[in-house]
Ligand binder design. Structure first.
Ligand SMILES: [Zn+2]
Length: 178
């Protein structure tokens, strides 16, 4: 049964026009919806007093960690510097260092919470590279499973997720505090 559904999914993917969504999911995170909002969503999120509302799971010295509002898989987070910068090379070394340290930490958190088979870590710099929010650099970190195409529907780019953002936020917040 599992074998069969996997086979069908794979067949579909071979012919699916958005096939690369599966291999480079971070390229499709934060699509048109957020582009319409005025200002920068990351800069706006930082100003929000309630972390639960902003879906911020951690505030560091130079960077913060926020849930992706349109997750590819449950646990899809982004590590974002407070500074509004459009190129990685402009990021001061200290902030870049914290971004990598937080990437390692989020890898641990995702492994402990979701027991994935793998982790995607990715950054898109510039619109041509697929950045949804091109003005403010951010690092995507998301858990992956060998057969995640079986529970993540890519039809019409609508993802069906097994948990809500609120649940993800609470689990992650607890992990980051502990
Ligand atoms: Zn910004």
């Amino acid at each position: 049964m599992f074998q069969r559904s996997g086979f069908v999914t794979n067949l579909y993917l071979l012919t699916c026009p958005s096939m690369d969504y599966l291999w480079t999911p971070w390229r499709y995170a934060y699509v048109s919806n957020t582009e319409k909002s005025a200002g920068c969503v990351f800069c706006e999120a930082v100003k929000e007093q309630e972390d639960a509302k902003a879906k911020i799971v951690y505030r560091g010295e130079k960077c913060f960690v926020i849930l992706n509002a349109y997750p590819y898989t449950p646990g899809h987070v982004m590590i974002v510097p407070y500074q509004h910068l459009d190129e990685l090379r402009k990021l001061p070394a200290e902030a870049a260092g914290e971004m990598m340290a937080l990437s390692q930490r989020m890898e641990s958190v995702l492994r402990e919470l979701y027991h994935p088979d793998g982790i995607n870590l990715g950054m898109n710099i510039g619109k041509a590279a697929g950045a949804g929010i091109a003005g403010h650099i951010h690092m995507h970190v998301l858990p992956r499973w060998v057969a995640d195409a079986n529970f993540v529907s890519v039809v019409g780019e609508t993802r069906v997720l097994p948990e809500t953002l609120e649940v993800t936020w609470e689990k992650m917040r607890e992990k980051m505090a502990g």
